[in-house]
Design a protein around this ligand. Structure first.
Ligand code: COA
Length: 324
C-alpha cells in the first residue's frame, strides 16, 4: 500500500468581461484573422479593476471545495501558483486562507510562471506522500492583463485572466498505474533562457513589477521540444503507453503548440482538452481551468488517465500523470 494524492474536487472561475479579437484590434494593430491563424485564440477574459488574483483564486476554490464535498476546515495546506500576486508580499495564498480556510495551516505561493500549477501539484503531492498533510488546496490564479504592454501586439493578444483549483486528499494505492491519484510529477528548469520570456522589472531590479516581454519564436521552438520530452518521461515512469492516456490536459499557450505536441506524441487531437480559443493563455491557471472545463462538459470522467504538461518562463517545464 502506498499513499496517493487523489483529486477530489476541481473548480474554476473566469471574470465576466470577455474581450474578443475584434475588440482588441481596435486597441492595437492586429486582426481576428492574424490572432486566430497564429494562435487559435478567439477571446480572453479580463478582470475588471478591483478584482484581484486572490478574488479569482477564492471563487475557483469555492467551486473545488464544493465538488470535493468539503469545506475550508477540511484543508491542511494551500498553495497558489501565480505570477501576478495581489501584493509583492504576503503571499496571495494568505488571502485565500483567511477567506476560506483554517488559521494556522501552511499557505504559500509558488512562482514558476506558466509551469506554476504543475510545480504546485508536485509540492502538494510530496507533502501528502510523506504524511505531513492529509489534504491540500492547489490553485492556479492570474490577472495577467495587469502586466501586459497593451501597445505590444506581439504579446498582449496572447494572454487572459482566470483561476482554477483542485482539492487533493490522501488516499491508498497499490503503487501501480491503476491507482487513483497523482502517479508521477516531473519538473525542470533552465535559467539560461531567463531573458526569452520575462517581466522587464521586479522589486529588486527596478522597484516596479515590469511588463511581460517575450521572444515568441524562440519560446515556441523550445516549447514543442520540452513538452514532448516531459510527456514522454511521464509515460515511461509509469510503464504505460500514450494509447492508455484518456486526455492530454496541457498548458494552453497556443493551438499550434498543442497541435505540434500531440502530433509528435502520436496522440489524436480528439484526446486534447483545448480552451486556449476561449481563455487565451492564463499562465498558471490554464491547466486547472482546462481540467474543470473537461469535467464540466462530461468529457473527463472519474478513473480516466490524464496527462498534464506545461512550459513557461525560466524556462520551466514539467508534467504530471494523474488518474482522476
Ligand atoms: N497582429 C498582427 N501582426 C502581428 C501580431 C499581431 N498581434 N504580432 C506579430 N505580428 C507580425 C509581426 O510583426 C511580424 O511582422 P513582419 O513579418 O512584418 O515583421 C509577423 O506578424 C510575424 O511575426 P512572428 O513573430 O514571426 O509570428 P509567429 O508566427 O512566430 O507567431 C507568436 C508569433 C507569438 C504567436 C508565436 O511565436 C508564439 O505563439 N510563440 C509562443 C508564445 C507563447 O506561447 N508564449 C507563452 C509560453 S508560456
Amino acid at each position: 500500500m502506498i499513499i496517493r494524492s487523489v483529486i477530489e474536487g476541481v473548480g474554476s472561475y473566469l471574470p465576466e468581461n470577455i474581450v474578443t479579437n475584434a475588440e482588441l484590434s481596435k486597441r492595437v494593430d492586429t486582426s481576428d484573422e492574424w490572432i486566430t491563424e497564429r494562435t487559435g485564440i478567439k477571446q480572453r477574459h479580463i478582470a475588471p479593476k478591483g478584482q484581484n488574483t486572490s478574488d479569482l483564486a477564492i471563487a475557483a476554490s469555492k467551486v473545488a471545495l464544493e465538488a470535493a464535498g468539503m469545506d475550508g476546515r477540511d484543508i491542511d495546506m494551500v498553495i497558489v501558483a501565480t505570477t501576478t500576486p495581489d501584493n509583492t508580499f504576503p503571499a496571495t495564498a494568505a488571502k485565500v486562507q483567511a477567506a476560506l480556510l483554517k488559521p494556522g495551516i501552511p499557505a504559500f505561493d509558488v512562482q514558476a510562471v506558466c509551469s506554476g500549477f504543475v510545480y504546485s501539484l508536485a509540492v502538494a503531492n510530496n507533502f501528502i506522500k510523506v504524511g505531513q498533510v492529509g489534504t491540500a488546496l492547489v490553485i492556479g490564479a492570474e490577472t495577467l492583463s495587469r502586466f501586459l504592454d497593451w501597445t505590444d501586439r506581439t504579446s498582449c493578444v496572447l494572454f487572459g485572466d482566470g483561476a482554477g483549483a483542485v482539492v487533493l486528499k490522501a488516499g491508498k494505492g497499490e503503487g501501480t498505474s491503476a491507482d487513483r491519484g497523482i502517479l508521477s510529477t516531473h519538473l525542470h528548469s533552465d535559467g539560461r533562457y531567463f531573458d526569452i520570456l520575462q517581466a522587464d522589472g521586479g522589486v529588486s531590479s527596478t522597484q516596479t513589477s515590469g511588463l511581460l516581454r517575450m521572444k515568441g519564436k524562440e519560446v515556441f521552438r523550445h516549447a514543442v521540444v520540452n513538452l514532448a520530452e516531459t510527456a514522454r518521461e511521464a509515460i515511461e515512469a509509469n510503464g504505460v503507453e500514450f494509447k492508455d492516456v484518456d486526455w492530454l490536459v496541457p498548458h494552453q499557450a497556443n493551438l499550434r503548440i498543442l497541435d505540434s505536441t500531440s502530433e509528435k506524441l502520436g496522440l489524436s487531437k480528439d484526446k486534447v482538452i483545448v480552451t486556449v480559443d476561449k481563455h487565451a493563455n492564463t499562465s498558471a491557471a490554464s491547466i486547472p481551468l482546462a481540467l474543470h472545463q473537461g469535467i464540466s462538459d462530461g468529457r473527463i470522467k472519474k478513473g480516466q488517465l490524464l496527462l498534464m504538461e506545461t512550459m513557461g518562463g525560466g524556462f520551466t517545464w514539467g508534467s504530471a500523470l494523474v488518474r482522476l
